[in-house]
Design a protein around this ligand. Structure first.
Ligand SMILES: Nc1ncnc2c1ncn2[C@@H]1O[C@H](COP(=O)(O)OP(=O)(O)OP(=O)(O)O)[C@@H](O)[C@H]1O
Ligand SMILES: [Mg+2]
Length: 316
């Protein structure tokens, strides 16, 4: 297999714990997981039949790029290693399957995930805009009158959601519901940490002419009780990235990554947005692949193929 063959489904010789819409999560041992980002893409919560070349690599390496910086900001996170050589040093058995998982996989500390999706919104769009238009609130809290679609929110707003079971959609909940679920202390920490990381990300992305409209974080506990940032972080799949040059308030914005696919699907007659999804033509697949690679270059300033991942793990 060539090093860059797209991966729709990984089949590694390890215990598979979870196959999500995008990631295949394997158990390495009681304390460690290997999270393999496939090239699967979903739209309207349905996985599409064709893989998008380089998408998994973009998701994993964007996460590593952010976590290196967030570590400098004192944010505790789950990433042990992303450099394939470091991963193989620690787990030599993975050498044989390297072509399948390299650059798309993270070796991470296994946690007990907190079952709340920590969404932060710094621009009002999507389901938040819908809620505001209907009731003048966001996540159940009143917002000032007269906001326009896509307007910047200062301070950004924590708008949590429950983690949906397979096949279901996430459901927005209020901060008081998070307090009921998790207790006031943890709820407050999740809100404060999520806002802090989002604001850092919004500033950094803004310097690269990307508007980070909103994002979703996940957190998990180590057996010691320590709370870590887990999962993917500030990626195009977990966030809305808008190009600064086309931004204007008062309307929806094109997205930097999935737009070719959304446009094509919207132009189709007769797909009711439930599985199975229609086949994507090659030009749509290629356009989406280029978009993901462009987002990487724009954000990091480096071409994906030239990016050398940080050597997390050398001191762990
Ligand atoms: N360090 C970690 N410890 C334990 N679980 C983790 C860790 N990091 C991420 N996870 C979990 O791994 C899974 C990643 O898989 P993925 O995102 O593809 O699927 P999903 O979030 O369950 O479903 P969806 O398809 O809706 O995204 C998530 O369930 C996430 O909570
Ligand atoms: Mg997920």
């Amino acid at each position: 297999m060539s090093d860059h063959a797209p991966v729709l489904r990984s089949e590694l010789d390890l215990t598979l714990l979870h196959r999500g819409k995008v990631r295949d999560v394997y158990e390495i041992d009681g304390e460690t997981l290997l999270m393999v980002a496939s090239d699967r893409i979903s739209a309207f919560d349905v996985v599409l039949p064709q893989p998008i070349p380089f998408k998994g690599e973009v998701l994993t390496l964007v996460t590593a790029w952010w976590l290196e910086q967030l570590e400098g900001q004192g944010v505790g996170h789950h990433l042990i290693a992303v450099d394939p050589d470091v991963i193989i040093d620690r787990h030599p058995d993975l050498a044989a399957s390297r072509a399948i998982w390299q650059r798309r996989s993270m070796l991470v500390r296994r946690t007990d995930p907190v079952l709340v999706e920590c969404v932060v919104r710094g621009f009002i769009t999507g389901s938040a805009w819908k809620e505001y238009r209907q009731s003048g609130t966001l996540a159940g809290e009143p917002l000032p009158e007269g906001l326009q679609e896509s307007q910047r929110l200062d301070p950004p707003i924590f708008s949590p959601a429950t983690k949906a079971q397979e096949g279901e959609h996430d459901e927005n909940i209020t901060f008081s519901q998070v307090v009921e679920l998790l207790g006031a202390e943890l709820a407050g920490r999740l809100r404060d940490l999520s806002r802090q990381i989002y604001e850092y990300g919004r500033d950094v992305a803004g310097r690269h002419d990307i508007i980070l409209a909103d994002t979703k974080f996940e957190f998990g506990h180590l057996p010691s009780g320590e709370l870590l940032l887990i999962d993917e972080v500030l990626t195009p799949d977990s966030s809305r990235f808008w190009p600064k040059e086309t931004y204007a308030v008062g309307r929806g914005q094109p997205s930097l990554d999935k737009q070719p696919i959304r446009d094509w699907l919207d132009g189709l007659d007769g797909w009711d947005k439930t599985p199975p999804a229609p086949d994507l033509p090659p030009e749509v697949v290629n356009a989406a692949s280029e978009r993901y690679q462009d987002v990487f270059r724009r954000l990091t300033g480096v071409a994906l193929s030239a990016y050398v991942p940080p050597r997390f793990g050398t001191n762990r």
